[in-house]
Ligand binder design. Sequence first.
Ligand SMILES: *Cc1c(COP(=O)(O)O)cnc(C)c1O
Length: 400
Amino acid sequence: MGVYEELGLAPIINASGTVTRLGGAPMPPAVVAALAAAAEQWVPLEQLQAAASRRIAAVTGAEAGLVTAGSAAALTLGTAALLAGHDLGRMERLPHCRGFPHEIVVAREHRSGYDHAVRAAGARLVEVGFNEVVAGAGVRRAEGWEYEAAFSERTAGVLYVFSSAAAPTLNEVVQRAQRHQLPVLVDAAGELPPRANLKLAETSGADLVAYSGGKSIRGPQSTGILCGRRHWITSAALQMLDMDDHEQLWDPPPELIDRSQLAGIPRHGIGRGLKVSKEEIVALLVALDLFAAGDYLGELTHQRELLEQIAGAVADTAAVCTVRTPGSPERPPLLEVDLTQTGQDAFEVCRRLRLGAPPIYVSHGELADGKLVIHPICLDDTMAATLGTRLREELEHPQS
Ligand SMILES: *Cc1c(COP(=O)(O)O)cnc(C)c1O
């Protein structure tokens, strides 16, 4: 019996991709092996994070980096760094920010549920831009001047959610912020691949960039990366790590935490609840190296074959299948299954796939348009075959 069956759960076929609610990305065997090996020995966590910083810097071109408990935690820690800097009193007080700058400027269109992570550190979000897309009254993207017009003595920095379609560009926003000596924190959680986006801090000059470790990097689902300027990474590390040590003995690696710049030891900060284990750190670093070396690109051809196999299984139904080629050639293809000609409700088909045996979860973002979307990253041959069969059954003989 498998570990999930022991708990009374049926493992699903995940055709939704690396989504968090279904458990994220498949870890390659080398990553799982590193996770197990790391569990058998002990190292001081601040030294491990300093080693991680060197590896992250080598891959991203940033000055320094930190392994975090996911990209959302990276955003909380990054914000905490922008609010407190190296000021131990501010670290102690977060999330209470009375008496020091704590506004983070953000374009309205960059707001999402993930900005909880930024607000959790104590920041107040100040929105710019008018993007009323429903009535269409004066719809436009946020503009660069609006960021600058919102800056004041209360501003602690800028939050920018990166995508290739984001406007104004990250480079423009960084330049405008730098004119006011303000730092920029970038959420690039889901913007890998392309691997070129690992270099965002270096290419844009942004102060801090957050990535998910458990999406396309294929590290443990609970990991992430914060990288950028050493000054801010030090602050983030200080606010996450447990430093319950004696002042006479505390000897952190200076490349990560330079004691000479600190007034004392900030033993526990606001990020203490966002800790990452040694196993997760080691595994994430192995995954990051595989991802950065392009190790996963060889799977793209097989992923396309799996999608074509699923399309073939429903070829003589009224469903219309299209393999979508994504914007970046490093991203997996997707299979769109358009049900509008089948007379069936896409929500119903999606529900019945979830309730079947084994349960099958397809991407649900386009159900309202009558479309199921199949993401191949977590599929193998057997799963793809089962998915094709189940989909055909549902389309030919809908079960109630
Ligand atoms: C996935 C995602 C996050 C959260 O990342 P985790 O690693 O799951 O914490 C944050 N922002 C965006 C835009 C994301 O896509």
